[in-house]
Every structure is written in structure tokens, then in C-alpha cells.
Design a protein around this ligand. Structure first.
Ligand SMILES: NC(=O)C1=CN([C@@H]2O[C@H](COP(=O)(O)OP(=O)(O)OC[C@H]3O[C@@H](n4cnc5c(N)ncnc54)[C@H](O)[C@@H]3O)[C@@H](O)[C@H]2O)C=CC1
Ligand SMILES: O=C(O)CCC(=O)C(=O)O
Length: 440
């Protein structure tokens, strides 16, 4: 594929067929400065068919893989793609991003974005999108099921039956009605779970780092320790951050009531596994349900090992909290639309590492362009840009910053192909340039 298809290179003079067959100044213009068939997209980890279909419908070249790729294979594959779509397994580290010479955008077809070095991506001018809530309901429903399963020791009974052992017991088996559910992290999943749990007669308490409106009759608790002390079930719904890593260790498990249960469907690093295994084997905890692990196998069929294997009343699931047909199909639509809008129009609404900028539809005019400029967030940049655009007709312009980077979009009308080349060249040569794209 020629370098000019990377969509950051100067656009060639506008060919007749792209000047549009529809005239009139009020028509919406399709911004495609490149042949879409030159855009290469790599989709890993069995990203849903809804996304594959939507991206192929744009004319992009889409390569799909059912699994995550080994690091060396990924480094080779990512070299010339403009966009990559992943789920939670693929780690897009600094090393991998540095190999991705043409990469402009990453789609995380999930909620979590901890698998991507977001700061490095921003510094390289790579926008990252995710799906902030399309699998929240699926996770909340799984947790409701696990609360009942743990409370009735169903995991162990099921295993015994498959081994031909009949063991009809009621000791230490409880209804969940009237029990206290302690939710750590009251965001999209935590709050949805709160509603479901109350509808089943549970009392809900939650702990979060920010004050939040309690839904129904739930109540926010001031400290994590206090929440652990009052809860019969503790369920974790925080993102992986420096603060949440190892959040639940021996001290916190000891604070939990004897016979209570822990559920983790957030990230594997939040819980210290040896401490949890000890609390389960000693009988201090009545059971646990764990969906996420510090180290997860890269693909189905690969070997899984954990100190939790064989612990009493312990449900282990292979990171399936968001794995439902409904969630995956919605995520596929949502993330692919964000990627298409970014590639074709420069829109960053919903990006997790970029300032959110959108100019809405550009008016249809034959000689209008859209400048999308990612730059270092330092003083004096707008003066340089104003200087470059001073003799042109800037219809709309908007810029915003996030941390060390800023993003500017400007729609400019009445420019000749030579002027487009000149604008592209001068903006790209500014010392603060990270990535400059010109769409028309
Ligand atoms: N098992 C699975 O398949 C899935 C797992 N997840 C995980 O669940 C996590 C939570 O998802 P959402 O509810 O959508 O996220 P969210 O961003 O809507 O909510 C997270 C909440 O945690 C709070 N929080 C952050 N740091 C905290 C701390 N140190 N202590 C207490 N609260 C803290 C935030 O203030 C926020 O209210 C995701 O980040 C992801 O890692 C998400 C979807 C599927
Ligand atoms: O289903 C997946 O691949 C990952 C789900 C998840 O953990 C997330 O959305 O953060």
C-alpha cells in the first residue's frame, strides 16, 4: 500500500469523481481524503461480526483473528495497519505502539482500556475508543447469578453430582433476601447491579471514591473497611488503576464477616490471589466467584492455572462477564461507528485519551477541507495555526486539550489543491505537530 494511503500524507489534487455528484451548498459532504480500500484494519480476539460488517461496508481492508496474537506476530502485523480492534487480552504496550508506524486509532471492543498504554498512544497521536457501557448489564446479571449460586453452594453440589456423589445439605445455605450486598465501585455496572439486587430483596451498600447518588434505598459508605465489615457479599466493580491494584489483600479479607462471599468481575490485579485462597481454605470466607485473573490464557483451550483451583465453594469463570450475544453485538456496532467517524471525519467524541472534538457535518462545497491537527499542549500553537490559515476562509474551528496533547479541527473553504498541499506542509512542519490530517 502506498504511504499516501496512511491518511496523514498531503492529499493529491481532488479527483473529479470525489468532488461529489451532488451539488448545492447545503448538502453534507462525505470526508474521504483517501481511497477507503487502502485503510487497513486488524481485528483481534473475535471482535463481533457487526463490527466486521460495518467496517467492510466502508471499503476498508479488514483482517480478523479469533485470538490474541503473540507479541512478535503482533509487532509484525501492526506495522502497517491504520486501525486495530482488540478486547481485553491484547496488551498494546509502548514497545508494540512504537512498532505501529501508521496506526491512527485503536478500538477497544470492551469497557476496560487498561490493556493499552494510553499515555504513549496520546503522545503518538493515536486515539483510543472503547464501549463504556454496552456489556454492563451482562456483567450485572452474571453477578446476580453468582450471588445465588454462592449462597446455595451450587458450584460444589454440581461438581459432586457430576462425580456421582449425592449430598443433600442445607447447612450454611441461605436465601439472599435481606442480606447485605457491598458494591465497591458504583459506576455503570455497580449501579445497575444495585437496582437488580434490591429487586431481589437485598440491602445495598456501596463504596466509591466519588460521592454518587444512591439508587433506590441503597446507601454510600465512607470507607472500604466499613463496607467490608457490614456486607454479606462484597462485589468489585472498579477499573484497574494504580490505586485499585491489590486493593483486596489479607487486611481487607480479614475485615470481611466470617462466612461472607467475595465476587470479582472487574480486573484480576485488584485481588491478591494468595490471600483470597488462604481465606477460602481456612473457612473465613464462605466462598468466592472470580471471573478475572492477574494472568489469563491468551486463547480458548490454553492451560489455566490458579491457586484458587480446588478452593471450597469457589466459582471460576474465564472472563465471561461481558460475553453475551447482546453485549458483543452492541459493542461491535458502537465501537465500529466511533472508528468510522474518526477515520472519515476526524471526530473524537467518546475517545478515552483524546480531547473530545467534533465540528458536526461539513457543508458540501467542492473546495472545502477539514484540518485535524493533534499537537503538543503548549502555549503559542493557536497563534501559529492562525498565521498559517490567515489568508483562508475558516468556516468553523474548535480545539480542546487533554493532558499533554491538544486536538484542533478546522473547516476551511475555497482552497485550491495547491493551497491544500501548502496548508498540510506548513501545519506538519510546526514544532508542536504530532499528527496532521487533511480531510476533504
Ligand atoms: N468481567 C468482565 O467481563 C468485565 C469487566 N469489566 C471491568 O469492570 C470495571 C468497571 O466497569 P464500569 O462499572 O463500567 O466502570 P465505571 O467507570 O462506570 O465505574 C467504575 C467506578 O469505580 C469507581 N472507582 C474508581 N477507583 C476507585 C477506588 N479506588 N475505590 C472505589 N471506587 C473507585 C469510580 O469512581 C466509578 O464510579 C471496568 O473497568 C472493567 O475493568 C467491565 C466489563 C466486563
Ligand atoms: O469481553 C471482553 O473481551 C472483555 C470484557 C471486559 O473485561 C471489559 O469490557 O472491560
Amino acid at each position: 500500500m502506498p504511504a499516501s494511503a496512511t491518511n496523514v500524507a498531503p492529499p493529491p489534487p481532488v479527483p473529479r469523481e470525489r468532488q461529489g455528484s451532488f451539488g448545492g451548498s447545503t448538502r453534507v459532504k462525505t470526508l474521504k481524503p483517501f481511497d477507503t480500500c487502502n485503510i487497513k484494519i486488524l481485528l483481534l480476539e473475535n471482535v463481533n461480526e457487526t463490527a466486521v460488517t460495518a467496517l467492510r461496508a466502508q471499503g476498508y481492508q479488514v483482517e480478523t483473528h479469533a485470538k490474541a496474537l503473540a507479541e512478535d506476530v503482533l509487532i509484525e502485523k501492526i506495522r502497517d495497519v491504520h486501525c486495530i480492534g482488540i478486547r481485553s487480552k491484547t496488551k498494546l504496550t509502548k514497545k508494540i505502539l512504537d512498532a505501529a508506524e501508521n496506526l491512527r486509532v485503536i478500538g477497544c471492543f470492551c469497557i476496560g482500556t487498561n490493556q493499552v498504554d494510553l499515555e504513549h498512544a496520546s503522545q503518538k497521536g493515536i486515539a483510543v475508543f472503547n464501549s463504556p457501557f454496552s456489556n454492563s448489564r451482562s456483567v450485572a446479571e452474571l453477578v446476580i447469578a453468582e450471588i445465588v449460586l454462592l449462597s446455595r453452594q451450587l458450584g460444589d453440589r454440581n461438581m459432586e453430582m457430576h462425580q456421582g456423589i449425592w449430598s443433600k445439605v442445607s447447612a450454611n445455605c441461605y436465601e439472599i433476601r435481606g442480606k447485605t450486598l457491598g458494591i465497591v465501585g458504583y459506576g455503570h455496572i455497580g449501579s445497575q447491579l444495585s437496582v437488580l439486587a434490591e429487586s431481589m430483596g437485598m440491602r445495598v451498600r456501596f463504596y466509591d471514591v466519588v460521592p454518587l447518588m444512591p439508587l433506590g434505598t441503597s446507601k454510600q459508605i465512607n470507607t472500604l473497611d466499613e463496607l467490608l465489615e457490614v456486607s454479606d457479599f462484597v462485589t468489585l466493580h472498579v477499573p484497574e488503576t494504580e490505586e485499585t491494584k491489590n486493593m483486596i489483600g489479607e487486611h481487607q479479607l480479614n475485615k470481611m464477616k466470617k462466612g461472607s462471599f467475595l465476587i470479582n468481575a472487574s480486573r484480576g490485579t485488584i485481588v491478591q490471589i494468595p490471600a483470597l485462597a488462604k481465606a477460602l481454605r481456612s473457612g473465613h470466607l464462605g466462598g468466592a466467584a472470580v471471573d478475572v485473573f492477574p494472568k489469563e490464557p491468551a486463547a480458548n483451550g490454553k492451560f489455566f492455572e490458579s491457586e484458587l483451583i480446588g478452593c471450597p465453594n469457589t466459582l471460576l469463570t474465564p472472563h465471561i462477564g461481558g460475553s453475551t450475544e447482546e453485549a458483543q453485538s452492541m459493542i461491535g456496532v458502537e465501537v465500529s461507528q466511533a472508528l468510522i467517524k474518526f477515520i472519515n471525519n476526524g471526530t473524537t467524541i467518546g475517545a478515552v485519551n483524546y480531547p473530545e472534538v467534533d465540528l458536526r457535518a461539513i457543508r458540501y462545497e467542492e473546495n472545502s477541507i477539514r484540518l485535524c491537527y493533534t499537537h503538543l499542549n503548549v502555549p503559542g500553537v493557536l497563534r501559529q495555526i492562525t498565521d498559517i490559515l490567515a489568508d483562508h476562509n475558516v468556516d468553523k474551528q474548535f480545539s480542546d486539550s487533554k493532558g499533554k496533547i491538544a486536538y484542533l479541527m478546522a473547516d476551511i473553504s475555497d482552497v485550491t489543491p495547491e493551497q491544500i498541499q501548502e496548508i498540510y506542509r506548513r501545519v506538519s512542519e510546526t514544532p508542536t505537530n504530532i499528527v496532521c490530517r487533511v480531510l476533504y
